[in-house]
Design a protein around this ligand. Structure first.
Ligand code: MLT
Length: 201
């Protein structure tokens, strides 16, 4: 997968896995990593799917309707890429914290829905429920921050609450942050995610 790896100044700090939104790329969330964990190594990945030239992490059939077969396949591909990157760059595989926005948050949630011990934690900005009717692996108190907009027309509040409940039922510790805004990522939300990160890692 196309990506950027930046070695951090603190090798003990979690490695941030950055996952962009639809139409973004591996450069988009680099400033976010600087704000959340300036000393961390960063692995920023570009989604392998193109929707009319816009990079994504998995195909969709329509706005908000996911191609589940492709989602499962791409989730497996990303999990394998994380294993390989840890070997190639010599970082600790068990120390990855994902930071995803929108489509990137959805594939991060899908990693958690499918694989045990795949992440050490996750910051999900404006995620949706990746898929339904699956049994989650044990999440073992995994810390998760979810940032959501009360007026988000894409990731609607009911869906945010459903995702948070499902992840909690799977055993994770979810902090839900509500912003009085839509789908966009606000400074307020990034600051809340940064504070959550400092409190948890
Ligand atoms: C998705 O397709 O993953 C969500 O609808 C969010 C987005 O527009 O990327």
């Amino acid at each position: 997968m196309k990506h950027i790896f930046k070695e951090g100044t603190n090798k003990q700090a979690p490695v941030l896995l950055l996952l962009h939104g639809t139409g973004g790329d591996e450069n988009d969330l680099l400033p976010l990593a600087e704000m959340i964990a300036p000393e961390s190594s960063v692995l920023s990945v570009r989604g392998n799917v193109s929707e009319g030239g816009m990079p994504r992490f998995f195909r969709r059939l329509a706005e908000g309707v996911f191609d589940e077969e492709d989602l499962v396949k791409r989730t497996e591909e990303l999990a394998g890429f994380l294993d390989k990157s840890a070997e190639d760059y010599g970082f600790d595989r068990s120390q990855i914290v994902a930071v995803g926005y929108s489509n990137g948050a959805n594939i991060a949630a899908s990693l958690l829905y499918h694989y045990e011990d795949v992440l050490k934690g996750a910051i999900l900005h404006h995620p949706m429920v990746p898929l339904r009717n699956v049994t989650l692996p044990p999440l073992k108190e995994l810390p998760i921050f979810i940032g959501a907009g009360k007026q988000d027309p894409i990731c609607r509040p009911e869906e945010t609450n459903e995702l948070a409940s499902t992840l909690e039922a799977g055993g994770s510790n979810v902090e839900l942050f509500w912003e009085n805004a839509g789908h966009q990522l606000t400074k307020n939300e990034i600051e809340a995610a940064s504070e959550w990160f400092r409190n948890n890692f």
